[in-house]
Design a protein around this ligand. Structure first.
Ligand code: MTE
Length: 333
């Protein structure tokens, strides 16, 4: 058992990547705008080896131009192939490899995102245009799924808060509601409730306004230096690193600022198991399993997973615990 509690960006010794490896990776990322050369470098650097994820079947991904994270946290990255082949995206099936297998035909271009509700300037934006003009940055985050596995993923994206400010939220905006694409023709899980795990589609999620405005909260458009694969939520998805993974709604088409707490998909389906807040909390067990530890999916063989302690707020307590001061986190799970 781990006795010394790791600091914010540190995992166990064995999981720490030497800084030199980070620097060279980030230099590769920085060079990515360079077209096919950059693309080949990235492939070599990240080693798409284990699962052969970039098969001809895979939807093409474009290199992104972005600012590398400084300083890069000392975390061991989950290999790209594993990030792309161990997913939850019930619109494409409930098995972990279903999304990678069934989503490659998702039409992600063109894609629009509508921001509406309690804003002075509602608008619909072209997501691909947004990607090229907004100024993207890298965010290497630990991610924790409610199913007690974790990954460390180098996302590319931008702060949700800065983006929302463009639409001039009104003083009545207390929550942010997100919605995934509803398109049963493209998403088999929306056509068939057995394929789609019984979720009431479209998938919806929500954040409190202060959570949405927190600088750690991003809209991601890429990972490992390239645009998102469909199975990870292309072309745009939410990433909130101190919350369980189900808050990270994928393939978003609508963001609505609202006065009242919005419904969320998993809470609607199983309210005893999934709350609105969903902050990573080792002290609050899922009714069917413990959340005290997690399996880190890192480098190594297919089944080389490592058990480690779950950290409060997934290790981001220093930054976000104050958002919940005075709240009973056992009640507001
Ligand atoms: N978004 C949509 N639209 N549909 C989903 O089924 N699954 C959620 C979340 N976002 C889901 C979704 C869950 S349960 C998790 S753990 C994360 O996506 C997984 O993200 P990843 O596959 O990129 O790791």
């Amino acid at each position: 058992m781990l006795i010394k509690s790791p600091s914010r960006h540190t995992l166990t010794e064995a999981q720490t990547t030497p800084e030199s490896a980070y620097v060279s990776r980030r230099q590769v990322i920085a060079g990515l705008g360079a077209g096919i050369g950059g693309l080949l470098l990235a492939r070599n650097s990240y080693g798409l080896d284990l699962f052969g994820s970039d098969t001809p079947k895979a939807a093409p991904r474009k290199p992104l131009d972005f600012a590398p994270q400084k300083p890069a946290p000392a975390l061991t990255l989950t290999p790209e192939a594993k990030v792309m082949n161990h997913n939850n995206f019930y619109e494409f099936g409930t098995g972990k490899t279903d999304p990678a297998e069934n989503s490659q035909g998702l039409k992600t271009e063109p894609w629009t995102l509508t921001v509406e509700g309690e804003v002075e300037k509602p608008a619909t934006v072209d997501v691909w245009k947004l990607m090229s003009e907004i100024g993207l940055e890298e965010r290497i985050y630990r991610m924790r799924c409610v199913e007690a596995w974790s990954m460390v993923i180098p996302w590319v994206g931008f702060e949700l808060g800065k983006f929302l400010t463009r639409f001039a939220p009104t003083s009545r905006a207390k929550y942010v509601a997100f919605q995934t694409l509803y398109d049963p023709e493209q998403m088999p899980g929306q056509r068939n409730r057995y394929v789609g795990g019984g979720v009431d589609y479209p998938y919806v999620e929500g954040l409190r306004m202060d959570e949405a405005m927190h600088p750690l909260t991003i809209l991601s458009v890429g990972l490992y230096g390239k645009t998102l694969p469909p199975q990870n939520g292309a072309p745009i998805r939410l990433v909130v690193p101190w919350k369980y993974g189900f808050k990270g709604i994928k393939s978003i088409v609508k963001i609505r600022l609202v006065e009242k707490m919005p419904p969320t998909s998993w809470n609607k389906m199983l309210p005893q198991e999934y709350g609105f807040y969903a902050n990573v909390n080792p002290a609050v067990d899922h009714p069917r399993w413990s959340q005290a530890s997690e399996r880190f999916i890192g480098p190594g063989g297919l089944f080389a997973v490592k058990r480690q302690d779950t950290l409060p707020f997934n290790g981001y307590g220093e930054e976000v615990a104050s958002l919940y001061s005075g709240m009973d986190l056992k009640k507001f799970y």
